[in-house]
Every structure is written in structure tokens, then in C-alpha cells.
Write a protein that binds this ligand. Sequence first.
Ligand SMILES: NC(=O)c1ccc[n+]([C@@H]2O[C@H](COP(=O)([O-])OP(=O)(O)OC[C@H]3O[C@@H](n4cnc5c(N)ncnc54)[C@H](OP(=O)(O)O)[C@@H]3O)[C@@H](O)[C@H]2O)c1
Length: 234
Amino acid sequence: MKKKILITGASKGIGKSIAQTLSNGDFELFVTGRDQTRLNETAQKTGAKAIEINLLENNACEKILSQTGPVDILINNAGEYIWAPVEKITDEQISRIFKLNLEIPYKLITLFTKQMKENKWGRIINIGSISGSVGEANASLYSASKSGLIGMSKALALELAEHGITINVINPGWVKTDLIDNPCIDLEEELECIPQKRFIHPDEIAKLTEYLISDEAKGITGQSLNICAGLSLG
Ligand SMILES: NC(=O)c1ccc[n+]([C@@H]2O[C@H](COP(=O)([O-])OP(=O)(O)OC[C@H]3O[C@@H](n4cnc5c(N)ncnc54)[C@H](OP(=O)(O)O)[C@@H]3O)[C@@H](O)[C@H]2O)c1
């Protein structure tokens, strides 16, 4: 039987690229997003089943589970970035960013691990950020939410190890997607700070994901893997 994979936030960007890479016929794919047109495009290209949902709405995770049933592989990718000095951050932003970037991934994990444990096999990938790994000025809220993913993944890796479940965090550096299409970010300036003088391509994240969910990577768990063209080196 084909393994079932859920990828959140696959209507565009990194999630779409992950869906395309994993649409090799080996898996049954489920993809989520809010933008119906873009999501259907991903679904058509990959043969995935589309679940149109705003992850911030009530009971979003339960609604997803009701459409997917148990999955073998969970890829928590959907996320939002906020660039703002700390004193400008609002209460609404605090709850929204923590909910989308940390609470929803955790909630989905609580819903899907029961069956993974029974199967004695599971793979969980959380898409973090280099900001959560080393910190980013003017992105403290985003960094905090992504650091939370790292702590959560380390703890769960210990808890779930004997059940054949691995959980890892991939921390991308700058990837040119809509997420960073922001007038406050000067990409030319950012490029100068990247040791390899290039942005990460979404396919690089997708290929690492493909490896981490494979049987060859069964020994890798609880890791926080930076894929950032050297940015984390300072
Ligand atoms: N791009 C970078 O430089 C970078 C760097 C480090 C980490 N990351 C992380 O990589 C992940 C993917 O980012 P990306 O660059 O691919 O961003 P993106 O192009 O903006 O895509 C974000 C995806 O998340 C979905 N999403 C956002 N808010 C949602 C909500 N409330 N409910 C449901 N879905 C929602 C979007 O769906 P709709 O558009 O359909 O609403 C879209 O599919 C994020 O976790 C991000 O933090 C990105």
C-alpha cells in the first residue's frame, strides 16, 4: 500500500515544490492551502487530493483529519513571516503567528501520531527557519515560533523514537517565495550577507525532505538541519 503524506501550505512556494518532488507515484498525497485556484493547480500537477482550509479557523486540524484519515508522513510547512521591530508587534499578531507556525503543527502531530505508533512507523518534518535556529533581528515573533518547533521536535523525537517515528526540522535560509515579498526586506542587501551569495531554491528543501522521509534516513531524528547557503555561520 502507498504511504499517505499530508503537506500543509502546498498551494505555492516550498510546499508546492515538496508536493511536486514527492509526486513520483510512490505516495498518496494530500495538500492544503487557502487559495483554491493555486491549490487545485498543485493538486492537478501532482495527483494530490486538495484540502482547501484556513488553518486558523476553528477545528481546522480535525477537519483535515476527517478528509485524510491517518497519514504515515506529516509535513508541517504552512507558515507566515512577520518583519517588525518588537515594540510594533500586536496581540493579534502574537496569537496568529504562534497559532499558525507552532500550535497547528503540534496539534496535527497529536492527531496523527496515534496511528503512526500502532504502525510502528512514521515521519514528521517541520519546516522551521534559520531565524528560529540563530535568531533574526526584527523578526523576534517569527523566530520564537520557529525556535518552538525545534524544541518540540527534539522532545518528540525522544518520546517517539522507540515507536519507529522520526521527527526533524528543516531550517531554510532565504528562499525567494511570496513569504519574503515584503517592502521592508531589501533582498539585494540580504544577498550580500549570504556566504554563497545565492538564495536557496525550494527544490533543495524538497530534496532534503524526500531524503528524511526515506528508510535510509531512519537514524536521523530530533535534528535541526540548516539549509541556508552558509547564512547560519554568521
Ligand atoms: N521563503 C523563505 O525565505 C523561508 C525561509 C525560512 C523558512 N520558511 C518557511 O517555509 C515555509 C513555507 O514558506 P514559503 O516561503 O513557501 O511561503 P509562501 O510561498 O508564502 O507559502 C506559504 C504557504 O502556507 C499557506 N498558508 C499561509 N497561511 C495559511 C493559513 N492561515 N491557513 C492555511 N494555509 C496557510 C499558504 O497558503 P495560501 O497562499 O493558499 O493561503 C501557502 O501555501 C513556512 O513555514 C516558512 O516560515 C520560508
